[in-house]
Every structure is written in C-alpha cells, then in structure tokens.
Design a protein around this ligand. Structure first.
Ligand SMILES: Nc1ncnc2c1ncn2[C@@H]1O[C@H](COP(=O)(O)OP(=O)(O)OP(=O)(O)O)[C@@H](O)[C@H]1O
Ligand SMILES: [Mg+2]
Length: 290
C-alpha cells in the first residue's frame, strides 16, 4: 500500500484526478475551493497546442534552459533529442509547472499561460506526462491500474467490480486495446515485462484523455521488438493527441517518422526531419559525432 500512496501523493496527479471528479469542475473557469478552476478547452484556432518563447531556467547561475523557443502543432508528434544535460527533462518540468522559468512564455494553445498555473491545474488542462521510470502499481492488475487512473486514490476505498461504471469499462477496454494489453488484463502489473509496464503507464495517461502527452525516454531499456511496438503505438496516438517524445534511441526516432528538435545547452540547435538534422554539421559536432 505504501507504494500506492507514494505514487498517488505525486503532486499534480492525484489532486487533478480528484478535482476532475468534482461536479462543475473542468468547464467554464468557475471558482472551486477558493481557487480558479481552469477550463479544459484549449484554443487551437491557430493550430498551435504548445508554444514556448525565450524560456530561461537558471540553477545557481547555470542556465539549464537558455532562450528556448519551440512550437508544437495540434495533433503533431515531435521528437526532442540532444546530449545528456541538454535541458530536455527541464523543458518538460517547465511545461508541467514543476519548475518555474526565470523568463519566457509557455502557452497551451492561445490562451492558457502555463507559467501562471499550478501543477494540478496544468494536468487538468489536458497535459499528461510520463517519467522515464514506469510507475505502475505493481501489486494491482492491468485492469485495476487503468481503473485507478480513472478514479484517483479514492478508488482504493471501494472494491473494483462493484464500482466500475459502464462508461468507464468501455473506456478502459478501448485503452487496453490501444496499448496492446487486452490479453493481460488480469495479470499483476509487477509481472509484466518492462515494455508492457511502459505501455500500461501510457494507457493510464490515455484514460485521462490528455490533449498533449509528454513522454521522457519511453523506450529506454526496452528490447528491439518492444521499441518497435512502442513506435507503432505512438504513431497511432498522433493526430488524436499531440505527443512530445524525448529519446536518445535514434533508430526509434527514425521509426516515429516525425519532425525532430535538437536541444543543446538549453537552446534549439536544429529542427527538421531526422535525416536533415543528422546531416547538420553543428548537430554532428555536439551530439551525433560523440
Ligand atoms: N534541480 C536542479 N538543480 C541544479 N541543476 C539542475 C537541476 N535540474 C537539472 N539541472 C541541470 O540542468 C541541466 C539540464 O538537465 P536535464 O535533466 O534537463 O537534461 P536532459 O537533457 O534531460 O539530460 P538527459 O539526456 O541526461 O536526461 C543539467 O546540467 C542538469 O545537471
Ligand atoms: Mg532527461
């Protein structure tokens, strides 16, 4: 249980799930519990879902992000590559509100200023984030994990089968199918392969129907076959969701077949398809040539 509580206590997740279940939350920007509930609608009338401009983050004078500007279109999949310490994870920390920038703009769609929103508000607005290490509930089944992702921590207070609503069951089945775990629905998550755990966690994000998914190194430690399956899965998600994927595995990035942004010293060094950035002399020097 302590593991479950540990995960559920993660800032931005459990609270967001709980708040989502409150009547009246999520739509229209009403006041709830003394703070503004952010509307979930994201204005993508200009086709852009995520916009960063001039973002700078300093740690004791060291600039982890340095005048970073980036724009992701609605429904786009984008790969972010760059050497260790380039600022990729810090960029995700800024988008999700974990780290506040010293300068710069961070917008979700045209109107949601993420620098002025709390982590739970940002999660609730439709941004789902996957950290590198899978954090599924090892002692619960695949089905239970997905159900808990719908319900939040109060799900632990009830038994699964008596509480599962028909709408939830459909959504869970759909997600289970999407991430390829239908045949494993009653298996304990702890007994899944590393790849299956990663897919389960992606499924737990999908249950929340995020508009934008941020995935930090989703194929680290996966077999070649699992890596390939993950690429197929992510390609399926693009269009319906916007997806930002940080990865070091160039073969995987190639399989994603999407636009690539190269970060170096907290700044965009190059952008384009993989072949173009791989041919860029500056990229070869700082990254691929190592
Ligand atoms: N909380 C922090 N305090 C001090 N320095 C930090 C902090 N977080 C990140 N950094 C530094 O900022 C730089 C960028 O780190 P970040 O984790 O964003 O890189 P990354 O591109 O994700 O690297 P990797 O590919 O190794 O995951 C690094 O030099 C790192 O040491
Ligand atoms: Mg990182």
């Amino acid at each position: 249980m302590s593991e479950f509580h540990g995960r559920m206590a993660r800032p931005g997740e459990a609270q967001a799930l709980r708040d989502d279940l409150q009547p009246g939350s999520g739509e229209g920007g009403s006041m709830s519990g003394g703070h503004l509930v952010v509307p979930r609608q994201i204005d993508v009338s200009h086709k852009v879902i995520l916009y960063l401009e001039g973002v700078t983050v300093s740690f004791d004078g060291f600039k982890a992000l340095n005048d970073l500007s980036l724009s992701i279109d609605n429904g786009e999949m984008r790969a972010i590559i760059g050497p260790n310490g380039a600022g990729k994870t810090t960029m995700m920390d800024v988008i999700t509100g974990k780290t506040r920038p010293d300068a710069g703009k961070v917008f979700l769609g045209q109107t949601l200023d993420l620098t002025r929103m709390s982590e739970p508000e940002i999660a609730r607005s439709g941004i789902g984030r996957k950290f590198q290490k899978p954090s599924v509930f090892e002692q619960a089944s695949v089905l239970e994990n997905l159900w808990l992702a719908c319900e939040g921590e109060k799900g632990w207070l009830r038994s699964l089968r008596e509480r599962i609503a028909p709408g939830q069951a459909r959504r869970i089945d759909e997600v289970m199918e999407t991430v390829g775990l239908t045949d494993s629905r009653d298996r304990m998550a702890g007994s899944l392969s590393h790849g299956q755990k990663q897919w389960l966690e992606i499924g737990m994000l999908l249950i929340q129907e995020p508009k934008l998914l941020l995935l930090d190194e989703p194929v680290a430690g996966l077999s070649d076959e699992e890596t390939e399956k993950t690429a197929v899965l992510l390609r399926q998600l693009a269009g319906k969701h916007s997806v930002v994927v940080v990865e070091h595995d160039m073969h995987f990035v190639e399989r994603l077949g999407c636009r690539v942004t190269v970060l170096h010293q907290g700044h965009v060094l190059a952008e384009g398809d993989l072949a173009t950035v791989q041919a860029d002399a500056r990229v070869i020097e700082v990254y691929l040539g190592r």
